[in-house]
Design a protein around this ligand. Structure first.
Ligand code: ATP
Ligand code: MG
Length: 362
């Protein structure tokens, strides 16, 4: 099939790399001709063609997207000509933190206490009701921790409010977590579901730096609970494709942070670490192919992000159990330029391999 991707970043790039062996073709849309996926398929770019979205739609048998910030009205229009997966409902809900939390409440999925905020008065009330510390976030458009203000004291209310841009915010109570986890799953057109194991994520300044897969010391009941939340969400949204949920592990069990209707940075390990990668499974799902087995191949995998500068990538090239992925992006502070996957058959090998890549970690 011809798969059209709205976006041409690293996620689209890795989708294409996984989809060609299955005999699919790819087209991408983006602003310029030099985006990370541009050389991996037909590139429809605004700088080249004012009707670039129409051209992508004309090319494609099915459309998918790279970001939950994709315009829903545009997707509605596209859907009249070519089917878009994941569908409008998944996109509409996951691009707005308030809608997402309302759905968690409706489905009895635990999440942080929250209130929507449209004014300084709303924020004062929300701080009173939720308490501090709390995080003020833009309702839409955030990524890599952008558009967030961690409030520790009531003196910061005005500063927090003024730091926000946009119109709608959400105040979330701070969750005292032990670890951050994520769960990636895929739902097919035939309603088949497959789950990857919970993975453990370490962030620095709001940016994911390290994923360990599977997360260590996870009670099977915890995996089951996370899969139950996931299944409820997949079915409620009639989701087709990969869905990711980010979770906090707390003293009182799992608390869901947010979800993404797409392949996720915390699933990049699956390229070498699982029988079928998240990218291939997303491609399989949206093209109506049977889903692939999600079982890990090794006892452990780890994913180290390459952020801001390329760093000593030859270290990874010289490790037998490491795999380098660069996204053909220009260097810029805090930018995701690539990642390295490590596979390991023991905890010791995992630890020594991560240690070798310490220059990439904060
Ligand atoms: P990304 O796109 O990278 O997932 P994001 O910008 O969508 O990030 P969040 O996932 O909501 O934002 O927040 C980024 C990080 O900030 C979280 O991974 C977590 O470390 C921390 N964080 C967010 N919300 C809370 C909370 N309510 N309590 C404690 N920590 C939080
Ligand atoms: Mg997040």
């Amino acid at each position: 099939m011809k798969i059209g991707v709205l976006g041409a970043g690293q996620l689209g790039r890795m989708m294409a790399i996984s989809g060609y062996p299955l005999n699919h073709q790819f087209g991408f849309s983006g602003n310029s001709l030099d985006e990370p996926a541009a050389l991996l398929g037909h590139m429809f770019a605004l700088e080249d063609n004012a009707d670039y979205i129409e051209s992508l739609v004309a090319f494609a048998d099915v459309i998918t997207y790279e970001s939950e910030n994709t315009d829903v009205d545009m997707v509605k229009e596209i859907n009249k000509d070519v089917v878009v997966y994941p569908g409008e409902k998944s996109l509409f809900i996951t691009q707005h933190r308030g809608r997402e939390k309302a759905l968690f409440d409706q489905l009895s999925i635990p999440c942080a206490p929250y209130q929507m905020v449209n004014s300084l008065a709303d924020l004062k009330k929300a701080v009173k009701d939720i308490g501090l510390p709390a995080i003020l976030k833009t309702a839409t458009g955030g990524y890599d921790g952008k558009g967030q203000f961690l409030m520790r004291s009531a003196d910061q209310i005005k500063e927090a409010f003024e730091s926000m841009s946009g119109v709608e915010f959400i105040l979330e109570g701070f969750v005292n977590f032990k670890r951050e986890l994520s769960l990636i799953a895929v739902r097919g057109l035939d309603n088949d579901h497959k789950y990857y194991p919970l993975v453990e994520n370490t962030h620095h300044n709001g940016i994911l730096r390290l994923t360990i897969a599977p997360a260590q010391n996870i009670n099977p009941e915890v995996q089951k609970t996370a899969e139950h939340y996931m299944q409820t969400l997949l079915d409620e949204m009639e989701h087709v494709g990969v869905l990711t949920i980010e979770l906090f592990e707390t003293e009182n069990g799992l608390v869901v942070n947010e979800m993404a209707p797409r392949v996720h940075n915390s699933g990049h390990w699956s390229i070498e670490g699982a029988n079928t990668s998240q990218f291939e499974n997303h491609v399989r799902a949206i093209t109506g192919m049977p889903l692939g087995d999600t079982t890990p191949i090794h006892a452990f995998s780890a994913m180290v992000n390459i952020i801001g500068k390329n760093g000593p990538t030859e270290i990874a090239l010289n490790m037998p159990n490491a795999h380098l992925h660069l996204y053909d992006k220009a260097k810029r502070a805090d930018r995701k330029l690539g990642h390295i996957t490590i596979t390991a058959d023991s905890q010791t090998q995992l630890a020594t391999s991560i240690e070798k890549l310490k220059d990439f970690l904060p």
